[in-house]
Write a protein that binds this ligand. Structure first.
Ligand code: PRX
Length: 569
C-alpha cells in the first residue's frame, strides 16, 4: 500500500527543527541536565525519582499511577523515593553489594517499581524477567547471570528451580508472610528506614541486564550501564515529546527493554506521570485506561494496534479518547493500514520508532514536527549516525537494500553481552554496529525496514530464538529432530511454526501435537510455543549438521529454494 506523506501538525513540539538540531547536536549538551556534570558521580535511580522528590514543585506530583482489575494505587515522586529507599535498605541488610545481580520475576505492581529502583540505588544490577517465563527460561537467565537474589511472588515460585541455582542465595517473596526459607517483602519493608545513602556510581557502571534471543544459542544477557540515561532522557523529550503535564502510558512489560527504557526511565527522567496497567489486554480495558487516566502520550506496539483495529470502531467510540495527543509504536513494522486506522480512530498519526534491546534506546524515529512517510521507520535521532552497509561495512547508496547499521558510540548502547565477549564483538564491522535487520534509506534520508537477516522470529513484537524452541522440542519424548521458523501472519506479524520428525514408535495425532505444543509452553513460555507443528520424514541440514531453516521457510512459503549445495545427502 503506497500512501502519501502525512504532514506534521504545527504546534508546540519539544523538537521543532529536526534538520537543524540533527546537524548541530552533541550528547554533551544532554549531560548538563544531570548531577554528574557537577559531581562526577551519578545514579540513574536518583535522576529518575529522587531528584523530583527533592524539588518542592514536583515532590507530591503523581509519579506512578498503577491500575489493574483488582488494584488502584498512585505514588508520588516522594513516596516512590521513600519506598525504593526502604527496599535498598532491605537489600543492604541481606548483603547485596554494587555489581551483584538481583533479579525480579513478578507481575507489574507498585512493589515491582519500588524494588527495581531500590536495586539500582545500591549499585546492583537489576534483571527483570517477563512474568510468563516458565522454568527453563527462568533457569537459563538466573544461571547465566549468576544472580545472587531473586524477588518474586508465591504463585511464580514453582517456576524457580532453586536446587539447580547454587549462586542464588536468597529469595524475597512479595505477598507472603515469609518463612525460614524465604524473606517476606512486606515484613522487611515495614522495618526498613525510608532514608538511604545512595551508592554513587560511574556513568559506565552496570545497572541492567535484559536477556534476548539470537538465532543460535541460549538467550544472551544484554548489559546496560547508567550512562544510558542520557539517551533515555533526550529521546523522551524529543520523540515521546514529553511535557510536564503529560500523562504517559507505555504498554510494555518491564521484562522487555521497552518496559524499562520507556516504561521507567524516559518518563521519570523527564518528571512525567507514568501510567502502568496490569492485567491482560482487552480493547475495552485499554481504551478505558486511556479515558480514565487521561493518557496524553501513548507508546505501544503494532500487534496491539492491529488487535484494536480488528475490535472495530464501536469499541473505541464507547470511550472518550480526547486526552490523547501523541501516539508511538515499536517492536515490529508498523503497517500503513494501521496508520490509516489511527488517523480515523484518534485523529492522530502513529509514530514508528526503531531500536533493539542491544541499542538500549530509540535510534531511528518519526518526530511530531517531521512529515511522515507511512511504512518508514523515520530518520536517525540527533547524535546517531545510521547507514545501510554491505557485509564488509561499506556504506551503500540510497535505495539499495543492505544491513541496517549504526556508527559505534551512542550513550545507551549495551556495553557487553554477559559472559560472552566474542558475541559482543560479533555485532561490529568496520566501526558499525550491525543490527541484523535489512533496510534501505531513500534519497531524503528516511529508513525503510525490510526484514530480519538472521532466523530470529518476531511474534507479536516479541523476539524468539528458533534454537531455544528447537532445543525444547527435542526434549519431548516423541520428537527426534526439530526446525523452527517464523511464518508471516496478518495479526501477529509472524507465528512460530515447527517442523519435527518423530521418534520410532510414535505416530501423528492431534493429541500428540497438542501435547508437544503444551510441552514447549510449560517449559519456556506461551509466546515461544509453536502455533503450527508439521511432521516431516527428515529435517534439512547442512553437512555440518546445522538445521537449514531458510530452506524450511522457502518450502513453507512456496519460494525458490536458492543455493542448496551445502545440504546433507
Ligand atoms: O527486527 C527489529 C524489530 O525488533 C528487533 C528488536 O527486537 P527487541 O530487541 O526485542 O526490541 C524490541 C523493542 C525495542 C529489531 O531488530 N523491530 C523493532 N522496532 C521495529 C522493528 N521492526 C520494524 N519496525 C520497527 N519500528
Amino acid at each position: 500500500m503506497d500512501m502519501q506523506p502525512i504532514k506534521a501538525r504545527s504546534g508546540n513540539h519539544n523538537l521543532e527543527n529536526y534538520e537543524q538540531t540533527y546537524n548541530n547536536f552533541k550528547w554533551d549538551e544532554t549531560k548538563k541536565n544531570f548531577s554528574w556534570s557537577e559531581t562526577g558521580k551519578i545514579n540513574i535511580a536518583y535522576e529518575t525519582i529522587d531528584k523530583h522528590a527533592e524539588d518542592p514543585a514536583t515532590k507530591d506530583k503523581a509519579a506512578l499511577i498503577y491500575s489493574s482489575p483488582d488494584r488502584e494505587e498512585t505514588l508520588s515522586f516522594d513516596q516512590l523515593k521513600r519506598k525504593s529507599n526502604q527496599f535498598a535498605n532491605v537489600l543492604k541488610k541481606h548483603d547485596i553489594e554494587k555489581g551483584d545481580r538481583v533479579f525480579l520475576f513478578m507481575h507489574r505492581s507498585p512493589e515491582f517499581y519500588a524494588a527495581f529502583l531500590g536495586i539500582l540505588k545500591t549499585g546492583a544490577i537489576a534483571g527483570p524477567l517477563f512474568e510468563a517465563f516458565m522454568e527453563q527460561a527462568v533457569r537459563d537467565r538466573l544461571e547465566d547471570s549468576e544472580a545472587k537474589m531473586l524477588i518474586t511472588t508465591p504463585d511464580l515460585l514453582e517456576r524457580v528451580p532453586q536446587s539447580e541455582l547454587p549462586n542464588l542465595e536468597k529469595i524475597i517473596l512479595v505477598g507472603d508472610s515469609g518463612s525460614d526459607e524465604y524473606i517476606s517483602f512486606e515484613k522487611e519493608m515495614e522495618e526498613a528506614s525510608e532514608e538511604f545513602d545512595l551508592e554513587w556510581v560511574e556513568l559506565e557502571d552496570g545497572m541492567l541486564l535484559h536477556y534476548t534471543s539470537g538465532s543460535t544459542g541460549k538467550p544472551k544477557g544484554v548489559y546496560h550501564v547508567h550512562n544510558a540515561m542520557i539517551q533515555h532522557y533526550q529521546t523522551g523529550k524529543w520523540v515521546l515529546d514529553l511535557k510536564d503535564d503529560d500523562v504517559y502510558w507505555c504498554t510494555a512489560d518491564p521484562g522487555w527493554v521497552t518496559g524499562t527504557s520507556y516504561g521507567i526511565f524516559a518518563p521519570w527522567l523527564n518528571g512525567v506521570t507514568n501510567v502502568v496497567r496490569g492485567g491482560r489486554f482487552s480493547p475495552d480495558d485499554w481504551y478505558g485506561t486511556i479515558a480514565e487516566k487521561n493518557v496524553s502520550v501513548w507508546y505501544s506496539a503494532p500487534t496491539a494496534f492491529r488487535k484494536l483495529l480488528s475490535a472495530g470502531e464501536d469499541a473505541a467510540q464507547k470511550h472518550d479518547l480526547s486526552s490523547l495527543r501523541h501516539i508511538l509504536s515499536v517492536g515490529e513494522p508498523l503497517n500503513p493500514e494501521v496508520i490509516t486506522w489511527g488517523l480515523k480512530a484518534f485523529d492522530l498519526r502513529i509514530h514508528d520508532t526503531w531500536w533493539m534491546t542491544e541499542t538500549g534506546a530509540m535510534l531511528i524515529c518519526n518526530y511530531p514536527s517531521v512529515d511522515m512517510r507511512p511504512g518508514s521507520m523515520g530518520k536517525p535521532f540527533p547524535g546517531i549516525e545510521a547507514a545501510i552497509v554491505d557485509n564488509e561495512g561499506n556504506e551503500l547508496p540510497a535505495n539499495q537494500m543492505g544491513n541496517l547499521a549504526i556508527k559505534e558510540g551512542w550513550p545507551s548502547m549495551m556495553r557487553a553481552v554477559w559472559n560472552n565477549p566474542g558475541k559482543y564483538e560479533s555485532y561490529f564491522i568496520n566501526g558499525w554496529y550491525v543490527s541484523g535487520d535489512s533496510a534501505y534509506k531513500d534519497e531524503d534520508g528516511y529508513f525503510w525496514f525490510q526484514g530480519r537477516l538472521d532466523d530470529v522470529i518476531n511474534t507479536s513484537g516479541e523476539r524468539v530464538g528458533p534454537f531455544e524452541v528447537e532445543s525444547k522440542l527435542i526434549e519431548h519424548e516423541a520428537v527426534a529432530e526439530a526446525g523452527v521458523i517464523g511464518k508471516p501472519d496478518p495479526e501477529r506479524g509472524e507465528i512460530i511454526k515447527a517442523f519435527i520428525t518423530l521418534r520410532d514408535g510414535y505416530s501423528e495425532s492431534d493429541e500428540l501435537l497438542e501435547d508437544i505444543r503444551q510441552f514447549v509452553k510449560n517449559g519456556l513460555s506461551a509466546h515461544a510455543a509453536p502455533r503450527e507443528i508439521e511432521i516431516k520424514d527428515t529435517i534439512p541440514k547442512t553437512r555440518s549438521g546445522k538445521i537449514m531453516r531458510r530452506l524450511l521457510k522457502s518450502w513453507e512459503l512456496g519460494l525458490p529454494t536458492g543455493d542448496t549445495s551445502t545440504l546433507e545427502e
